[in-house]
Design a protein around this ligand. Structure first.
Ligand code: HEC
Ligand code: HEC
Length: 316
């Protein structure tokens, strides 16, 4: 007996493709044995920069511009480039290029080619030229100059002590988190996540949402939905949030807090069962979760028997 809260629409899991690009940057970091060398000592040769320039023209300029000023891709010279590479080693930059560039055809450059490109970037950035080529051994010992305040993001301290005011009204928050994730859990009444075929994204046109829905699938998606339901519950208690009709969310009402607590319980049960890959448990868990949503809705949303955005919503 399948019970469903709202509609049959399943939410999608929003994955930032960017995460994959940045994951590639996390290469093995080897501590330099030898003392650091200054980038101003002339760490590359003119011949090496010239080789890099040739490569740059054919493989990079279309996206980074003829003078490295940046067009589709980011600038590879100037203050924004220097602050993004502040205090990072040349080895990191060679890695970035070798592993992720050209953006549309990554991992086709050799290590020496990527190093030549870095020599050209240094020359374009007016770092002094020297006699010898930039060698593999040198890469880890040379860092870009440190620009100020790159160490800690400006709001790191305040974030620990106070939360920003709510962004959405309650209906928006429900539609953003509770609805799509509850649907993923309700789906376990009819589909075993361990037995679903592996999805492949359509090759063209590229679609982030579709591609993302093929990354964390099966039980992983259930784990995540259970966490989302559990963690969204405290957001229903954020002071200052309003309902769609302008009334404040009744965060101080005793029964409201109990309804929120019941949703946390249901989310935690779902998480336990999901971690145990216990498909059978989800019949009962769906009932519990459905009750947790419906009990609160009966009192605070659907008073008078309607689901519309009525004036009686959120009234104690
Ligand atoms: C099809 C377009 C494209 C081509 C071709 C391309 N890039 Fe990029 N590049 C990008 C984009 C987009 C970014 C920003 C996203 C990122 O950092 O991965 C970027 C970022 C970079 C960065 C990091 C900049 C920063 O501030 O962190 C470097 C370094 C870089 N590219 C070097 C190169 C080099 C060298 C080549 C040639 C071998 C090249 N790129 C070719 C599009 C391109
Ligand atoms: C603590 C009380 C409470 C709980 C628990 C709760 N909701 Fe809600 N929900 C509301 C209220 C009140 C509204 C109306 C908000 C408004 O009008 O701004 C609402 C609105 C919604 C909406 C928007 C519908 C519309 O008409 O705009 C959806 C979707 C929704 N809830 C889904 C869920 C799901 C799914 C769950 C359980 C996983 C859940 N809610 C749990 C109180 C709750």
């Amino acid at each position: 007996m399948a019970r469903r809260m709202e509609s049959r629409g399943l939410g999608f899991r929003h994955i930032l493709r960017a995460a994959c690009w940045y994951a590639l940057l996390c290469g093995v970091f080897v501590m330099a044995q030898s003392p650091p060398r200054s980038i101003t000592e002339g760490v590359y040769s003119a011949g090496q920069a010239a080789r890099g320039q040739q490569l740059y023209k054919t493989q990079c300029a279309e996206c980074h511009g003829n003078t490295l000023e940046g067009t589709v891709g980011s600038p590879l010279t100037g203050s924004s480039f220097l602050s993004s590479w502040s205090a990072r080693s040349l080895a990191n930059l060679v890695d970035k290029i070798q592993k992720t560039m050209p953006f549309n055809q990554p991992a086709n450059l050799s290590r020496p080619q990527s190093t030549d490109l870095v020599a050209y970037i240094l020359q374009a950035g007016r770092f002094p030229v020297g006699q010898a080529d930039l060698s593999e051994a040198m890469l880890a010992r040379v860092t870009f100059p440190a620009t100020q305040s790159s160490a800690e993001p400006p709001f790191a301290n305040t974030a620990r002590t106070s939360l920003p005011p709510p962004e959405g009204n309650l209906a928006e928050l429900m539609r953003a988190i509770a609805f799509p994730n509850a649907n993923i859990l309700f789906n376990l009444q009819i589909k075993d996540p361990g037995a679903q075929p592996v999805k492949k994204p359509a090759s063209a046109p590229f679609d982030y949402a579709e591609w993302g829905s093929t990354v964390y699938t099966g039980w992983l998606a259930v784990d995540q939905a259970a966490i989302a339901i559990t963690e969204t519950a405290p957001l229903l208690l954020t002071p200052g949030r309003r309902c769609q009709n302008g009334k404040p969310v009744p965060v101080d009402a005793t029964d409201w807090k109990q309804f929120v607590a019941a949703m946390v319980d249901a989310g935690k049960l779902a998480h336990q069962a999901s971690k145990a890959r216990n498909f059978e448990a989800f019949g009962e868990i769906s009932e519990k979760l459905n009750d947790a949503c419906a009990n609160c809705h009966k009192v605070y949303r659907d008073k008078g028997g309607t689901e519309g955005s009525g004036t009686t919503r959120c009234q104690p």
